[in-house]
Structure formats: C-alpha cells, structure tokens
Design a protein. Structure first.
Lengths: 336, 262
C-alpha cells in the first residue's frame, strides 16, 4: 500500500536494530567506561579481561538472543495469524506457553535442583511446549473439517486453560522460594543466555523464514479463506499444518531460552501490517526486524531501569504492547 | 468394471457419476449423474438449500465426494495436481472474505497463482481484468474497504485474469448491480468457454444457460434444456410457485400454499 515508503522503513529499521544491538552490548547493569567499551569490542590487547568477559560472554550473546527470539516470535505470530485468519491469534495460542510453563514450574518445584540442572530447564520447557502442542492438534483433529481454524483455536484455548490451572495448582502448593523462582521464569528473562543457546534457534528461524518467503503467494491466498485458496490450487491443509509445526518449533525454542515472552508474537505483526500491508513478501521481513528491534530494546530497558536489579521482560512488554493493541482493536472494528 | 470404455472423442469436461456428499449422516448431495459439455453454459438451479453450492464445492475440489466419482477432462478428479487443475478450472465462489491489508491489484494477482507466467504478462492480465470490472483506477486501494458488490467484481477480476478453460461460478450475480451482472456474464458467455454456474434468478439463468440441472433437497431431479427442466409441475413441486416458464422468462402467478396442497 505504501510501496514507495517501504524501502526507507526497512532500511531505517535495520539501522535501528544494528544500533540497538550495539547499545544493548554497551549499556547494562555494570557501567563500563567508553574507552574500555571500544577496546573490548575490538578485542584490543589492553582491554581488561573482566570487562571482556562481561561484554563477550554475557551481553553480546544475550542481545543477539533477544534479537533472534524477537524475530522468531514475530515470524511465528505473523504465520499463525494468517493460518487462523484471526487478528488475535498469537504463537502461544496452540497451548505452547502453558505447556512449557507447567513443565518448567513442575520441574522447579518438584524435581531436585541437581536433576533440573542436568536436564536443563530449557529442554524440560521445550518438551512441555511440544506435548501441549501435540495435545492441541490431537483435540482439533477432525476428518471432515481438517485443520478447521475454529476447532484449532478452541482446542488451543482449552489446552491452555488446562495447563494454566495445573500451573496455578503447583504454585499454590509449593513453598515460597520455589514459587518465586518459578514466577521469575514465567515472566520471561533473557538473563543467563550464552552462546550455546543461539545456533539452533537462529538456524531454525532462518529456515522457516526462507520457506515462508518462498510460499508468500500461498500465504496471501490463505488470507482470502480456505475455499478460495483451495480453488486456486493451494494445498491449505498441509500448508496450515506446516505453519503450526514451524510455529511450535520456533516458539518452543524461544520459550526454552527466555521463558514466556508475550505480546511480541501478537502485536508486532500488526505493527508491521500497518506499515506494509498484509502481503507476506514484505510483511515477513519487516515483522521479523521489528520483533528483533522491540525485544532488544525492551531487554535493554529491563536491565538499566532499575539497575543493578533486573525487571522481567513481561512487565515492560505489556506496558509497550497495550497502547498499540488498543489502537489495532479500534482499527479492525472499522474493517469488520 | 474391468476395462474403461474408450472415449477418445468425448467432449465432456466434467462427468459426474452417482456423486454424493454427506457430512455425518446429513446428505448434502445425492445421486448426481450428468455431464458438462465443452463450450456449454450450464445452469445449476434449485431453491435455497437444494445442494447447489455443495455440488460446486466438489467440482472445484474444496470437498471430496463421499460417493460416486467425478472426472474432469477424462481424468478422475483425485488424479489431478492441485495447481494443474486450478489453472484449467477457475472459480468464483460464495464465501465472506477478509481482504484487509491487501491492495486491489494484489488480490487480483492472486487469481494468477495457478499459472506461471512472466511478470510482464501477469501485469497485463491483471490490468485487463481490473479494467473490465472497473477497479483499475483504484488498484492501490486497500481491498478490505470494498463493498460487497465491489468485492464480487474483484473476485471476477481474479478469474478473468486467469481466464481458465472452465468457469465454475457459484451465484455469480451475488451483490452485483444489474449492470455488472449483465456486463460480466455477457463477457464470459462471449468467450465461448465452458461454464457451470448456480443461479437463483431464473430469468438471469435463462439469458445464459443452454442447459440446466435442477436440484431439490440434495438430489438432482431434472436435466436438459432449460424449458424442459422448468416445467409447470417442477416449478410447483420444487420452487413452490405457481408459474409458467416460456420465451426465456418466468411468469409467476402466486406462491403455492403448502397446506392447501395437502
């Protein structure tokens, strides 16, 4: 729609993202003088090793992880909103977040710390997300209406509620310290990410994005409804199933790295749509850049606002997300 | 059947044999057997809920028949590749669509999805089709803000850009004003392609159809030339009107009072 403006917006967003990654690396809970920052980043020999450690082993992987997770969640959100043709759909709709939460909270509360550490909370959360997703698809299965969007949405809501009440039950019966640890995890945080977390989700995100871009016309056709897309020769059932699988993979990986990071998958696709329309060829890259930008920015605020203590991501994301959310609701009412 | 009868000279585009479609125990289409001949304009008639749209859904492959078989161009429907079939058989169907965020030109371009043609030709086809439905000047507008009739014209632009061998039209006159009803269907009729279209407006059907299939309560009750299909008895039994069809027009005297009939 605003074709002429689009390259400018994209370039601007890329520059902003790059600047945000640099900023996220330079600023944080520990103050580092300017000359040291540059020396450390360029790996100059006179740099202090403790600062090198902070920047290269803690901040940089953390900032990059925020960028990748933001992009992955925005991509998942874009795809799932298209597959379900529902502006309120988000990547967690399929029960992923509640499954991951239930598994993680159960592990934090029940399992001895040694076992949790051995398996790793990320793996446990990912398995929980995958189990809930499988459960949702199973409940939505129908021979006569394969991948019916209403069935999928209702099954997702039901599975989410089920796991949420399970999580609430666990929190209720647990002792305060374990509950606090579990709640911290639930609110999402990028703290403690390291280089090892990055390769898998980066590769997965790039592959899914590349596949989605090659199918951008099928995705556009899906917006017109299943019947029209089918009559144009789009295999709607398999396309939607692969969207669900890709979403589950990216979201599961994101959750395993940062816990529950809400709103990015819901709001960012809408922000991008306001700027470039619903055509997926432009929408997918723009949404991903925005997702990366917003999450790195929020993470930086989380680290610096109350330094030296850190805020959970969910707190600030909700503050940012609510105004555009209301704006979008008002917009969509005009269309419907 | 042990062997297929050789049918080299057949010009049946669609061949339906005892086709049925049901959801659970509810039969939506039963025992439909007819052929759609090449170059014919066939009307699918019947009152509300007779099964016209359901039957068309089977033809454009949104649903699979639960009984019987359908052949297209002599090949069973299920053996066709999705895209290959969609390139030959285009559809204008009845379904609400949310087009917000796509431009009019983008939506028209989606009609060309089954084809793989060069960018230049694509642009040319889109332009021609949008000019015909008089939306070319508004091509960069958000398609989400179109009225019902304008949206229907846009979906006509999709099929006209594709220009398939077979036009499957489900209530094509839906939402269209009189000018566009006549303008667009005249245009398609003049192409001489094969058309199968459902109508509830009998007079409009009479203007275009050279043959018709009449459906009633999910079953096919008659086929043949329109004047034969729409006998006074059938108009009474199926459409529940006391009427006469002659000279390509229907003259309605009164609705039939069901209670008086019994």
């Amino acid at each position: 729609m605003q074709a002429a403006r689009l390259p400018l917006i994209t370039i601007g967003a890329c520059i902003a993202l790059f600047a945000m990654v640099i900023a996220g690396t330079f600023w944080g809970t520990a103050p580092i003088p300017w000359d040291q920052k540059l020396a450390v980043l360029l790996r100059a020999p006179e740099a202090k090793s403790s600062l090198t450690m902070i920047i290269w082993e803690w901040r940089l992987p953390r900032v990059l992880a925020c960028a990748v997770v933001g992009a992955a969640l925005a991509l998942s959100g874009t795809l799932i909103q298209t597959a379900l043709r529902n502006p309120l759909a988000d990547p967690y709709l399929l029960g992923l977040s509640s499954g991951a939460s239930a598994a993680a909270v159960a592990a934090i509360i029940w399992l001895p710390a040694g076992i949790v550490a051995a398996f790793g909370l990320p793996l446990i959360a990912f398995l929980g997300a995958a189990a809930a997703f499988a459960f949702t698809l199973l409940m939505a299965y129908s021979r006569e209406r394969p991948m019916d969007r209403l069935l999928v949405i209702l099954a997702g809501v039901a599975v989410s509620l089920l796991f949420q009440s399970f999580t609430a039950f666990l929190l209720h019966i647990s002792e305060p310290n374990a509950a606090k640890a579990a709640l911290n995890w639930l609110m999402g945080s990028a703290a403690g990410t390291n280089w090892n977390d990055l390769p898998l989700i980066t590769i997965a995100t790039l592959i899914v994005a590349a596949m989605a871009l090659t199918q951008h016309r099928q995705l556009d056709a899906l917006l017109m409804g299943d019947a029209r897309a089918t009559s144009l020769g789009v295999a709607t059932g398999p396309l939607k199933l692969s969207i669900f699988l890709a979403t589950a993979l990216l979201t599961g990986l994101s959750v395993s790295i940062m816990g529950i990071v809400g709103f990015v998958g819901l709001i960012v696709p809408h922000l991008a749509r306001q700027l470039c329309g619903s055509g997926h060829k432009n929408l997918i890259p723009l949404a991903m850049i925005f997702g990366a930008l917003i999450l790195t920015f929020t993470d930086l605020l989380c680290r610096t606002l109350l330094a030296p203590s850190e805020l959970p991501l969910a707190v600030l994301l909700a503050l940012f997300a609510t105004p555009p959310f209301i704006f979008i609701l008002r917009q969509t009412r005009h269309v419907a | 059947m042990l062997h297929k009868a050789p049918t080299p000279h057949t010009n049946a585009i669609f061949k339906l044999n005892n086709v049925g479609f049901s959801i659970g125990s509810k039969a939506l289409v039963q025992d439909c057997t007819f052929e759609v001949l090449q170059g014919s304009f066939m009307g699918l008639l019947g009152p509300n809920g007779a099964g016209k749209s359901s039957l068309l859904r089977l033809l454009y492959r949104e649903k699979k028949p639960t009984a019987g078989s359908i052949e297209a161009f002599g090949v069973p429907l299920e053996n066709w590749s999705r895209k290959g079939f969609a390139a030959k058989v285009g559809t204008v169907l009845q379904e609400k669509a949310q087009l917000a965020g796509l431009t009019i030109a983008q939506v028209a371009g989606l009609g060309l999805f089954p084809l793989s043609c060069a960018k230049q030709e694509e642009a040319e086809r889109i332009r021609e089709a949008l000019e015909l439905v008089e939306l070319w000047d508004r091509r960069d507008e958000n398609a989400g803000y179109l009225s019902g009739g304008e949206q229907q014209r846009l979906f006509f632009a999709q099929i006209l850009a594709l220009d398939p061998e077979v036009y499957v039209l489900d209530e094509p006159n839906n939402h269209l004003d009189i000018y566009f009803q006549i303008r667009l269907l005249d245009h398609i009729k003049a192409k001489g392609k094969t058309v199968i279209a459902s109508f509830h407006d009998i007079n409009l059907a009479a203007r275009y159809c050279d043959s018709a299939v009449l459906m009633h309560e999910s079953e096919m009750v008659a086929k043949g030339p329109l004047a034969d299909v729409l006998s006074p008895e059938r108009l009474k039994g199926v459409y529940r009107v006391d009427a006469e069809f002659s000279n390509s027009a229907i003259a309605i005297n009164a609705p039939v009072n069901q209670f008086a009939m019994r």
